[in-house]
Design a binder for this molecule. Structure first.
Ligand code: GLN
Length: 192
């Protein structure tokens, strides 16, 4: 059984844990360094990336997480989690953390006020759709404004990447944990 840590400092971590458990993984919350021992993968949830950055610092998690990511730990970031994994953050706080695990430039809240929350039907590379697109929920989502070499874009909305992957590091601008559709989590688990 795969052991997946879910960063649980703030935000929508509980829903991730429930989705992962229902897919047969052993998922547990990560608040402290000791809880990282022995994990096969890590999920960084949605929430507020600036607050998460402060709490990561306060709980001494920045260096251990950087080391694990550098060593190739599979990581899946959603929304604020995508921002944390980016190499470049636009409209962020100067002191917010970018783990530099994905070569993307993301603009916080980049879909603007009118589109602060929206849903979209996605075709996602590598996921079986048949007649059934993935209904994705976006909440004050980051917009991927540019991507670097080697990055795979797995889904987009109006030409903007909303799901990306670089080897073991995956990210979505949307919240797959807030719907009952388990296909995105299942694809990540299958890759482990
Ligand atoms: N706008 C949030 C941020 O900057 C992300 C929103 C979300 O995770 N739903 O962190």
């Amino acid at each position: 059984m795969k052991k997946v840590g879910v960063l649980a400092l703030q935000g929508a971590f509980q829903a991730h844990i429930e989705r992962l458990v229902s897919l047969g993984a052993a998922a547990h919350p990560i608040r402290f360094r000791s809880e990282l021992d022995g994990i096969d993968a890590l999920v960084m949830p949605g929430g507020e990336s600036t607050t998460m950055s402060l709490l990561l610092g306060a709980n001494d998690l920045v260096a251990p997480l950087s080391d694990l990511i550098g060593d190739g730990l599979p990581v899946f970031g959603t929304c604020a989690g995508m921002i944390l994994l980016a190499s470049d953050i636009l409209d962020g706080r100067d002191d917010q953390i970018a783990f530099n695990a994905l070569p993307i430039s993301v603009r916080r809240n980049g879909y603007g006020r009118q589109l602060a929350s929206f849903e979209a039907d996605l075709q996602i590379t590598g996921i079986e759709h048949e007649e059934n697109p993935f209904r994705a929920v976006f909440i004050r989502a980051p917009k991927v404004e540019s991507v670097g070499a080697g990055l795979e874009v797995l889904a987009n909305v109006d030409g903007d990447p909303v799901m990306v992957r670089l080897g073991p590091v995956w990210a979505t601008a949307f919240h797959p944990e807030l719907t009952d559709d388990l296909r995105v989590h299942a694809a990540f688990l299958k890759s482990l």
